[in-house]
Ligand binder design. Sequence first.
Ligand SMILES: *[C@@H]1O[C@H](CO)[C@@H](O)[C@H](O)[C@H]1NC(C)=O
Ligand SMILES: *[C@@H]1O[C@H](CO)[C@@H](O)[C@H](O)[C@H]1NC(C)=O
Length: 341
Amino acid sequence: MGMVMCSLNSALFFYFKKGVLSGIICIHVDDFCWDGEDFFRDTVINSLKDKFLIGTTSHGSFKYIGVHLERDSAGGIGLSQDDYVRSLEEVKLEEKHKRSRSDVLSEMEKRDYRALVGQLNWIATQTRPDISFDVCELSSVFDKARVDDLIRANKVVKKVQSRSVVVQYPKLRDQNQLTIECYSDASFGNLKDGGSQGGHVIFIVDSDGKRCPVTWQYKRLRRVVKSTLAAETLALLDSAEAGVYIATLLAECLNLSVGDFVVKCFVDNRSLVDAVHSTKAIEDKHLRINMAVLRDMLSKRDIQSITWVRSSLQLANVLTKIGACPKPLLSAIGGCSTSSQ
Ligand SMILES: *[C@@H]1O[C@H](CO)[C@@H](O)[C@H](O)[C@H]1NC(C)=O
Ligand SMILES: *[C@@H]1O[C@H](CO)[C@@H](O)[C@H](O)[C@H]1NC(C)=O
């Protein structure tokens, strides 16, 4: 039907009319989500409907793979999972009173624990970055989960249920003047087994400063590192690569060139910003390699800048630190978080 499969994601299809994006379809298993101009609907979508047996269809505001999408009058989109969040249930401990916090869970409890953490992970990746840190920690003890961990998982259920969050995607202007902002942060050696965690959140920002949060991630850093600086550097590198990926995806989607998008990185560690911009030799060899990759990305203009921001403005903070205030990030992704209790 003349659609082009995205080279970076084979479940994403674009339709161009005279070189300009006219429609888009994304596919999750056999669920299609599409948007586009009337022409696209009348030709491509209608032919799809002739070809395949389509079950239910919805438009405007609806649920897609469990996430509620709501369109606002200004052309923006809000995402929420409040129904799903409300349906979460805490896991009950067997023989609650006879157990100590350090006891290992029974096989049955472990199964329920894993299922609950799976549900929390789904929420964290879709609409609730504020529980990212908890989920990462809860997932790191699957095999040897203890009573303590289960109590914590149940607390996270209360935490997600205590506020309602709508992630906002405002309509952006000037497609050829978009900036990609990448915020990264890390915690050195903070996981129970000594591992470090890194996280980032990435926004597409237009010339009016309107921002869409396109992706966030929090995870154990892929290698054991020796210092805060090394942890921050690795997290920054992951974030810069993810930013370049988004720029490439956007360029393909909008039929523009990657160079049309400016990628900017933000970190809250001055030593890191200084180190990237200095030629002083670094002793840690692995760190030296990562630093060289970052400098190379800067010199090739894959990323335009690496800038220091105050910790309180570091939106990725909450992804990597226990007890970090979720408000800056939650208000950056929607500003619509209210207590539902
Ligand atoms: C993208 O735009 C160029 C013109 O700038 C055009 O030649 C090309 O065919 C377009 N690509 C697609 C897939 O439509
Ligand atoms: C920045 O990194 C240095 C090590 O390079 C570390 O000592 C310091 O605590 C870090 N500061 C912040 C705010 O993370």
